[in-house]
Design a protein around this ligand. Structure first.
Ligand SMILES: C[S@@+](CC[C@H](N)C(=O)[O-])C[C@H]1O[C@@H](n2cnc3c(N)ncnc32)[C@H](O)[C@@H]1O
Length: 280
């Protein structure tokens, strides 16, 4: 609930680009353990460990960009992955930058880094227009491509791929397969609203009008999210897409997430496609 409490204070001022996404996603996840927040957490972390193990032998420190984040989940997953590869010392040595269009997740991650005495850089920017000041060994993207308009998706990914060192990697996870649980949409909204109400009940200084506005924004965010179009129908489509973005697909794993539920509710898609790519 700590992320949810921070989100309540931050989102009204700092979420200007996401149309309620952070409010809704953070409230939906508020009571979930970190490893259940994303459907392919274990696989994403394992892929990250593999890339870090390789990168560690060629660069020091390993420069990592997390491109787009909901909350602390991806950052914590990255740190866990690094600990499995080289212990806490290696995790602390990573040069991590988190980029997002909204300040809310960045503030939440900054707070997490301060609490754990970690060095973290956060940058509020549109990644399509951002240029890092040095090449990057690893870019982590989870579910970000569906936020990029279809006509701009390829050039967006090409732009990000060009940030990599010659042996750098992008790990990208996207929704795939069939949309599920549309009949449960109301139940998802109710669950997120319930968490919002719990946090609101504990918070001081929020009047009724502000609370109602947050509830409206949460519903809008949940609706916008449920309308994201599926990116790829098949593994071949996905691989072709990455290749067209001047990347080489080092590995591609289609993960069946349909049976992995959140609080008994189905995940929105039956599969996720996990791609590890290098520069072509
Ligand atoms: C689905 S979330 C990714 C989070 C990931 N699934 C997780 O659990 O942390 C997509 C994130 O990308 C951010 N985003 C989308 N387009 C962006 C862009 N062009 N530049 C920077 N951030 C962007 C959104 O604000 C959002 O936080």
């Amino acid at each position: 609930m700590a992320n949810a409490e921070m989100c309540l204070q931050l989102a009204p001022r700092h979420c200007t680009a996401c149309h309620g996404f952070h409010l809704s996603a953070i409230m939906r996840r508020a009571t979930l353990p970190i490893d259940q927040r994303i459907g392919d957490f274990a696989e994403f972390q394992a892929a990250t460990s593999q890339v870090l193990a390789q990168a560690r032998s060629t660069s020091n420190p390993v420069r990592v960009i997390i491109g787009g984040t909901t909350d602390t989940g991806l950052y914590a997953g990255l740190l866990n992955a690094a600990v499995t590869v080289g212990g806490p010392g290696f995790a602390r040595s990573l040069d991590v930058t988190i980029i997002d269009r909204c300040q809310t997740p960045l503030e939440i991650c900054n707070s997490y880094a301060r609490e754990n005495d970690l060095h973290l850089t956060t940058i509020r920017a549109d990644m399509a227009e951002f240029q890092p000041d040095a090449p990057v060994g690893l870019i982590l993207m989870h579910g970000v491509l569906s936020f990029i308009p279809l006509t701009k998706r390829l050039s967006f990914l090409r732009h990000l791929g060009a940030w990599l060192t010659p042996d750098g990697r992008v790990i990208s996870s996207t929704q795939m397969g069939h949309r599920r649980g549309t009949t449960e949409r109301e139940a998802r909204v109710d669950q997120a609203l319930q968490n919002l109400k719990t946090v609101l009940a504990d918070s001081t200084g929020m009047d009724r009008t502000e609370s109602e506005l947050l509830e409206r924004q949460l519903k809008e965010g949940m609706l916008a999210r449920s309308q994201h179009a599926n990116l790829f129908n098949t593994e071949e489509d996905a691989i072709k897409f990455y290749e067209n973005a001047d990347l080489t697909v080092v590995s591609f794993t289609c993960i069946e997430t349909g049976k992995r539920t959140i609080h008994g509710l189905e995940r929105r898609y039956t599969q996720r496609g996990l791609a590890v790519c290098s520069r072509s």
